[in-house]
Write a protein that binds this ligand. Structure first.
Ligand code: NAD
Length: 332
């Protein structure tokens, strides 16, 4: 199968080529641009496209792909909020994703942000490199005995809750479906208001949907315990960034760890070190000493990249063979 792989970096090529080498079934052609209606013409004559989180598969793009002969879409990610599934279905285009590649990668990155923020590792690292060994400003807090709230206990949230319970936290959880396995770690399911009101650390692991958009808004910020830590490694749109900035300015939010950002599309996954950041909200975030931002890298481990590539290749095999795929997305 001829596959146009969009939004690729050297690391995507490495893992996809390695996974393809074993059977050598597919002709993968790598393109750096993101897929959109403007770049869809690059896929003309290709049977399938392979895309990532910031490629835009709206109605216009899907129709352009279909007109060029493309019939299948292999998402190399779990989220699919960037695909108009209803239109894909109308066009009889198949869409498959990688539902789980390593929940541990994201869970461990979440905990890395929590620990870096509460012990101020980012500040200590910079100071020590400049020969400053003073401790003023580095006073941390212990997780043992603190209350941590996990919003969303699916594949990733379950692992975050388990790790936080092992630190000796009282762990509160909120989800529309309860994960039975968390009972053995003493995790208590509560309603969202209780979780927000009682948690010293709040971490988000629900998908971005209309119901979860801005789940952390100005009202939620006001109801948190003063000085609470907020972590978002899920999707930027879960957090009203301006409300959280106000919370940081007033001290209501004690610290913030983000791996995702509402407007990340214009910023993340590229080297902008020579550019002037035009997004003033993002620039304000970077000015706080108690904020750590990573550029959507929580998934980025060897294990996860290998799993993503292997599932993506299996999805392409299924498309070519006309086989049913468990990873295939159906319109709602
Ligand atoms: P999952 O589907 O296993 O879990 C999501 C959980 O959210 C489920 O338990 C579901 O019941 C719950 N949920 C859904 N709607 C809800 C609602 N309205 N209220 C409360 N709970 C609700 O997903 P996952 O694999 O754990 O991933 C979670 C999210 O993490 C993904 O949606 C994705 O946005 C994000 N993610 C980020 C990265 C990264 O690199 N930063 C990587 C992978 C996934």
């Amino acid at each position: 199968m001829r596959v146009a792989v969009f939004d690729t970096h050297a690391y995507d090529r490495r893992f996809l080529d390695e996974a393809n080498q074993a059977a050598g079934r597919h002709d993968l052609v790598f393109f750096e641009p993101r897929l959109s209606s403007q770049t869809a013409a690059l896929a003309e004559g290709f049977d399938a496209v392979c895309v990532f989180v910031n490629d835009h598969l709206d109605a216009e793009t899907l129709r352009a792909l279909h007109a060029g002969g493309t019939r299948s879409v292999a998402l190399r990610c779990a989220g699919y909020n960037n695909v108009d599934l209803a239109v894909a279905h109308q066009l009889r285009m198949r869409v498959a994703r990688v539902p789980a590649y390593s929940p541990h990668a994201v869970a461990e990155h979440t905990v890395a942000l929590i620990l870096a923020l509460n012990r101020k590792i980012h500040r200590a690292h910079q100071r020590v490199r400049e020969g400053n060994f003073a401790l003023d400003g580095l006073l941390g807090f212990e997780l043992q005995g603190r209350t941590a709230g996990v919003i969303g206990t699916g594949r990733i949230g379950v692992n975050v809750a388990r790790i936080l319970a092992s630190f000796g936290c009282r762990v509160l959880a909120y989800d529309v479906v309860q994960a039975d396995e968390l009972e053995r770690y003493g995790v208590e399911y509560v309603d969202l208001d209780t979780l927000i009101a009682e948690s010293n650390v709040i971490t988000l692991h629900v998908p971005l949907m209309p119901e979860t958009h801005h789940v952390i808004d100005a009202d939620a910020v006001a109801r948190m315990p003063r000085g609470a830590m907020l972590i978002n490694t899920s999707r930027g749109g879960l957090v009203d960034t301006r409300a959280v900035i106000d919370g940081l300015k007033s001290g209501q939010v004690g610290s913030l760890g983000l791996d995702v950002y509402e407007e990340e599309e214009a910023i993340f996954f590229q080297d902008l070190s020579d550019a002037i950041i035009q997004d003033d909200v993002f620039a304000r975030l970077l000015s706080f000493p108690n904020v750590i931002v990573t550029g959507h890298q929580a998934f980025f481990t060897e294990t996860a990249m290998r799993n993503i590539a292997e599932t993506t290749l299996a999805n392409l095999d299924g498309f070519e063979d006309g086989a049913a795929l468990e990873t295939e997305l159906q319109p709602a």
